[in-house]
Design a protein around this ligand. Sequence first.
Ligand code: SF4
Ligand code: SF4
Length: 159
Amino acid sequence: MSSENPCLKCTLELSCCASLSGLRVNQTEFDRCFADVADQFDVERDGPFYRLSVKNGGACPHLETQCTIYEDRPMECALFPHTIGAVFDNDTLLMTVHKRTDCPQKADLAMDDAEAVNRVEQFARETVGADAKIRVILDEGPARMEVLARRVLRKLKPN
Ligand code: SF4
Ligand code: SF4
């Protein structure tokens, strides 16, 4: 990273990597980035994804003074301060993307919302296949209403 990297001005002590919790990766990313350090994580399977949290709220094993696998880091790391959610809605993989994270350098680091949506769609296709039904919703602004409505409906729906 260059000295212009906004993360060098992080006032949260690199919290996104230093207390890594709930990182969503697919199988390819898991194998590439975390298989050899998997014992350091609580690993939760979530449909086609893994959710990774470092045990006892610790730091990502790839964090030294900066990310040591920066060029190969998983999609959700590259997307941050945007972050993603995923749920199967009948036979459709519904993914949400938003940037309501607490990153103090959001203004400098966040990519355009439309680009974030495109990246998430590509990630979803790589994960569940080109023919799968996928929908990506920007969970920001007016579109957030749909996401909130879906959450309420899911809570009301009988199992
Ligand atoms: S992405 Fe944001 S929270 Fe993470 S290290 Fe950079 S400035 Fe800090
Ligand atoms: S892989 Fe790199 S960017 Fe992702 S959490 Fe670990 S140190 Fe941070």
